[in-house]
Design a protein around this ligand. Sequence first.
Ligand code: SF4
Length: 356
Amino acid sequence: MHVTMIKKELADGSPCKKCIQAEEVLRRRGLWEQIDEVVFAKEADPASLGMQLAARHHVELAPFFLVKEGEREVVYTSVIELMRERLASPMSAPPPAVVNGSAKAQPNGEHPTDAEVVELNQRFAAAEPLAVVDWVLARYGESAAIAFSGAEDVTLIDMAASTGHRFSVFTLDTGRLHAETYRFLDRVRKHYGIEIVTLFPAHVAVESLVRKKGHFSFYEDGHGECCGIRKVEPLQRALSGYRAWLSGQRRDQSPTRTAVELFQLDRAHRGATGPLLKSNPLARTSLGDVWEYLRERQAPTNELHDRGYISIGCEPCTRASRPGEHERASRWWWEESTKRECGLHTHLVPEADYKI
Ligand code: SF4
């Protein structure tokens, strides 16, 4: 087998960022030695070998990999798939996710202090999201969990898988999600070969709510009660087994998220040993950045996005976005914009309640 990596050189002579990232991933996992040859696709030179290979194999993405076995040539546009399918190493498979949210031994997940959080925000002020994800997972391993529901979270999972560190993923199944969302969750699970721990609401609370108020009480008295039962309580249960969590929040996502930091000490939830370190690696990115990343990585996405949905939650509380509308306007649209949060990212537990 002969593996060629085709890197892009931009028209101004600068290297392609994604190509550098892919090489870093391979080096981190000890797989770089298995790349036999590197050739360049120079945008300014259509006759360069890399450009010829891209044209011959109808590839428009960079980097890509050409695996030759005898006369057979196979193209990979995803370094993750290449590692998973062709490169021999115990680290070539994506790290398995932790089961049941139980905190296992992890690299050195010391409890974070306020001072450390301030220092982290300064240190990573200009860093790429991948560097933030890498730092969290290097420190916490599978005691850090990605809270997964939407496009931003796939970005985090993709980055996490590329770091080579162990990590956990959980999702909250409210029982009111679109069928498309369930298919999306399954595609993500298979694409990355990960386990996604799924938390359901406490059935007694759901049964009581529905018995008293029916299935759509949130249209009449607000979404707080239903979200509290179907999202907030299961989130607390999920987080109780971890020391850190990663969320896909962006500052420009909502008027309620403009102050989101890269790192926060989460006093809203009790983690395995007290407050959790909460990291929002995408805080400074935009919706466009997220989609550019997902397209470049050919990552799985929710098919509802093709039908005009931007921010996707439960079926009765989400509608397709209208032209020019802010992405968050399609969630709980009958309520004020400052109330369009489900309670997952607010502070609920008084600091004094912690027993660290
Ligand atoms: S988003 Fe709607 S259906 Fe889902 S938990 Fe909240 S109120 Fe209930």
